[in-house]
Design a binder for this molecule. Structure first.
Ligand SMILES: Cc1cc2nc3c(=O)[nH]c(=O)nc-3n(C[C@H](O)[C@H](O)[C@H](O)COP(=O)(O)OP(=O)(O)OC[C@H]3O[C@@H](n4cnc5c(N)ncnc54)[C@H](O)[C@@H]3O)c2cc1C
Length: 574
């Protein structure tokens, strides 16, 4: 309680509660003169400080663009991850003829899942949904999956420490944010008294405090912190190493697969800011089964009903374009796709790719334009997702009998153990969950126990798959000593050498906007400029924004259709 009061006191008298001049978003995202600014009012609503708290974005995502263009564009979308599929939904609803091209044999990109030859569902990575995913929830409502496929978890963030000691940030409290968060930090068992004190001092002097009274001002301060690491920011004014090691590192790994010494202070503080302001922001949801069934199938159905064709295993090999006398790209005529490099002509092309995908597909001369060249300054992080099935319930630590009991029907989350996302400072996987309990749909199997899914980061990436699996099992044994009696019955390791863009300091300014200086060539993807992290919500935002920009530019003299028709006439008369 003393810490809580101290925190509140510091908050109120903080010398950082000073007025700093407000800066406009275009200054915050240091755009170059060649960057194309946002034209659409709807896309503009997605950026800037207000967008974080704007719950109306959910109804925008749910209802679609609310407008049908006069001109029907032929649009090619490269990449069928969330960003590409969301863009396709809006563009189809706005009356356009949309075709998608995807490299992999399934949709979903980084949030994809598929079946192996024995019918086991494999996931690219463990996915949780924060309560402030307004855009993604809107999309899921639109496709009917929000109520049907998302399971809300207890409002606790649980840390499992060596020897089975549990610490938690328990947000359950009769009063909402920020009080629920303050009491969670004050009461957590995850930190000792000294670390709690230092934590309170540091957070009490943070922009989060200002945001409680002046969200815009607080967010402006957070944006200014993109050039330093969270550790630099945290230890500068009282934060202790103990808090970083025991609590903040697992959270940083869970957000960006890098630790506090490497993650940008902006990235971490953006999320804490939302936790401090909105009660629901720290509430976690998980799918009731695989992403393919719970998230993608309803989107694919929506797209197919609107005539969108999705070509799987059909990568884009080349962007066919015109150039000016200096060799800079001016207009994209089409793309070459698939193994035979078939040429396909489009009025507009959207590359909704991941960082390695866009770096590979952009022609060399696009790099003459700084916005495209900056994309090559973005780095990525490797991850390895491990799924391990056991003959009992790994996270059940209260009763050995319950841990061993896999009899009868334990579907629908009735298995033993903890039904939530878990963090750990004592394993090389920072976050993990027992999918047979949290997302039982396709993951619970009668007569079997836990299906633990854990994401290893670059500390383990270069080891062999067998070694990573063995390390996962032995580290689970350290966290849940009772589970050492259980046997692994099945496992799978999926390595992704280039996953999220690395949220290290100074990267934000290199993220490109969705409209580009090449008038009919657009970008989408969670790495493109949107205020959210590299996340499902970020991908969704980018998809909505790119659709808004295209819809805004489609009609009229000099619009995308008009230009495309004139280009075709030029070619015919040449
Ligand atoms: C292990 C892991 C765990 C994660 N956990 C969470 C989480 O808990 N919560 C959360 O919100 N986010 C999480 N994320 C982040 C989230 O998955 C991504 O931010 C989001 O899915 C990105 O979507 P996207 O559409 O922008 O990109 P992607 O999903 O990467 O889609 C890009 C698509 O382009 C395709 N492609 C590439 N090159 C070509 C080409 N030449 N031609 C055609 N297609 C091509 C790719 O195959 C892919 O399908 C996690 C990510 C990982 C890796």
């Amino acid at each position: 309680m003393i810490i809580l009061l101290l925190f509140c006191f510091i908050a109120l008298v903080s010398p950082f509660n000073i007025n700093i001049p407000k800066r406009h978003i275009t200054l915050l995202h240091s755009t170059t003169s060649t960057d194309a600014p946002f034209k659409s009012a709807s896309a503009k609503q997605q950026i800037g400080n207000n967008a974080f708290l704007n719950e109306n974005l959910m109804s925008r995502a749910q209802n679609g663009p609310g407008r049908v263009n006069k001109s029907k564009l032929k649009i090619g979308i490269v990449g069928a991850g969330l960003a590409g599929m969301v863009a396709a939904m809006d563009l189809a609803d706005a009356g356009h003829d949309v075709e998608m091209f995807e490299l992999r044999p399934y949709v979903g990109g980084k949030v994809s899942s598929w079946k192996d030859k024995d019918g086991n569902h494999i996931e690219m990575g463990l996915h949780v949904f924060f309560g402030c995913y307004y855009n993604l929830f809107g999309i899921m409502k639109r496709t009917g999956s929000f109520d049907k496929h998302l399971r809300i978890k207890e409002h606790i963030h649980t840390f499992i420490n060596e020897g089975g000691n549990v610490g938690a940030l328990d947000f359950r409290f009769p009063i909402g944010a920020p009080v629920s968060g303050l009491q969670a930090f004050a009461r957590t068992e995850q930190l000792g008294l000294a670390d709690k004190f230092h934590n309170a001092v540091r957070l009490g002097t943070s922009p989060i405090v200002r945001a409680l009274f002046d969200f815009d001002g607080g967010m402006d301060m957070v944006r200014e912190l993109d050039d330093i690491t969270f550790t630099e920011w945290f230890t500068r004014l009282g934060g202790s190493r103990g808090s970083l090691d025991r609590m903040w590192d697992p959270i940083a790994y869970a957000l960006g697969f890098v630790d506090c010494d490497n993650i940008s202070a902006r990235c971490m503080l953006t999320i804490f800011m939302l936790f401090a302001i909105r009660t629901e922001a720290s509430v976690l949801r998980m799918l009731d089964g695989s992403p393919q069934t719970g998230l993608h199938d309803p989107i694919v159905e929506y797209l197919e009903e609107r005539g969108v064709k999705i070509n799987l295993q059909t990568p884009c090999r080349e962007i066919v374009h015109e150039v000016d006398p200096s060799g800079s790209p001016t207009y994209v005529k089409g793309i070459k796709v698939g193994p035979k490099e078939e040429y396909r002509e489009f009025d507009a092309v959207v590359c909704a790719l991941d960082v390695p995908g866009i770096q590979k597909v952009l022609p060399e001369n696009f790099r003459k334009i700084p916005m495209f060249d900056n994309i090559y300054k973005l780095e990525t992080v490797p991850i390895a997702t491990v799924q391990v099935r056991f003959d009992g319930w790994v996270t059940e630590m209260n009763s050995e009998e319950r841990m061993m009991d896999v009899s009868g029907d334990q579907s629908d989350g009735r298995g033993g153990g903890i039904d939530n996302l878990l963090y750990s400072a004592d394993a090389e996987f920072s976050c993990f969950a027992d999918l047979a309990v949290t997302s039982p749909g396709e993951y619970y199997k009668e007569g079997e126990g836990s299906l633990v899914q854990a994401v290893f980061d670059e500390r383990a990436f270069n080891r062999s798959e067998e070694q990573i699996r063995d390390d996962c099992i032995s580290q689970l044994g350290r966290l849940f000593p009772s589970s050492r009696k259980l046997k692994c019955t099945w496992s799978s390791v999926t390595k992704l050498g280039q996953s999220l863009y690395r949220e290290k300091p100074g990267q934000d300014k290199y993220r490109p906007t969705q409209a580009t200086p090449v008038s009919n060539f657009f970008l989408a993807g969670s790495y493109t400029y949107q205020d959210y992290l590299d996340s499902m919500e970020g991908a969704t935002r980018s998809g909505l924004m790119v659709a808004d920009e295209i819809i805004e530019r489609a009609d009229g003299v000099g619009g995308l259709k008009d230009v495309a028709e004139k280009k075709r006439e030029e070619i015919l008369s040449a």
